[in-house]
Design a protein around this ligand. Sequence first.
Ligand SMILES: Nc1nc2c(ncn2[C@@H]2O[C@H](COP(=O)(O)OP(=O)(O)OP(=O)(O)O)[C@@H](O)[C@H]2O)c(=O)[nH]1
Ligand SMILES: [Mg+2]
Length: 428
Amino acid sequence: MTDNTLRPVLLAGLQGQQDQDIDYELAELANLAEANNLQPVETFLQKLDRPNPATYFGKGKVEELGQAVQSYEVDLIVVNDELSPSQIRNLEKLTDATVVDRTGLILDIFAQRAQTKVAKLQVQLARLQYQLPRLRTSMSVSLDQQTGAGGAGFTSRGSGETKLEQSRRRITSEMVHIRQELAELIKDEDTRTAQRQASQLPTVALVGYTNAGKSTVMNRLLERFGVGAVNDTTKQVFEKNMLFATLNTTVRKLTLADKRQLLLSDTVGFVSKLPHNLVAAFQSTLEAAGQADLLLQVVDVSDPNYQQMMKTTEETLQSIGVTDRPMITVFNKADQTDLPYPTVDGENAITISALDLKSQDELIQLIEQNIFADSQPVTLKIPFSENKLVATLSSEHVFLQEDYTEEGTVIELVLSPQELTKYQAYQI
Ligand SMILES: Nc1nc2c(ncn2[C@@H]2O[C@H](COP(=O)(O)OP(=O)(O)OP(=O)(O)O)[C@@H](O)[C@H]2O)c(=O)[nH]1
Ligand SMILES: [Mg+2]
């Protein structure tokens, strides 16, 4: 690529543990860099069992990086790991370039993408948490600049530490404020979740690696089945060919051909080694998946690394405590491969192109089969005095039979176990 709006960078990483898939990690890192308008010009790898505590890389590799900074005329090195504050500081000194670690890179992308108030606050919280232990780094750099390297006497170090304390206090109190604000905003969301639960509709959550096509699946299903859902719930979500296009959770109602309804939620995508701070800050956003009756794991099957991406998704779900949800794997973007589609592979997997109508039909059928698997036909007798209930039921269900007797209306319809508990009193 010759786009000169992109800033050239070096990528660097360690090849350590045996089970590490370094090609996948580096492909990911390059994508993360590009999402930050950076253009990797060269990649440096070092085989090392354990990172050097002071400089992360070994001495020889650090020198090589320093030379590459000169010869490629770059001023930025991106490292494929989360580094300690002192490792960053030392590497910067020795290579004469700015060093950004993987976590910093991901945080920057999230910061660029955040649109909603909640997302902005969550990202800011994660960034402050990341900055807090790193304050000393920037502080000591500026101290060195003020006083000359190594020349910091007791007095100036003292005043520096006071400033450091001030910065710490400022950041800590900002974090407290953000947490409070988030708690308020999320309380509102919880109320809405509670309302949804009260409506007892089954919920399906889209999860998966970033850019797999989750939002596209959501939008295409909304176009077909969102009609008839309550007014503004038909609004589409943001889909785009970029990493982390979606940072918030959106829930929409779908109405199927037989009037049955379900809630579909779209949420933030995953990447490997998603920073802990970010996961913690986005916990409430990610919880949508934990509460769902069914997960749809969307996979970009046209990506050569799709299997690693599935592993990443499963690990991320585990790290947020989502382990026991029923899941359908949706192999998406089959139109970019030689795979036939749509093809249903048993109860729990389907190969589709989100852009293809037939795929959408097969997918929704598979969802229905899963989510309404426990539903069964029941017969209810509703007294005439409660005729309103008949109207309500008829707006949400197709009646298999409908009869008027002296004691009331007798209807046969398909109910889920939850619905059945609600209407048990009328069952005959
Ligand atoms: N060819 C093809 N492109 C697709 C398909 N599904 C999605 N895309 C494209 O893939 C890109 C990413 O789609 P999104 O729906 O935004 O992906 P996402 O999983 O929501 O991504 P994040 O929100 O970043 O996690 C977009 O450019 C889509 O148009 C598909 O089935 N075939
Ligand atoms: Mg999305």
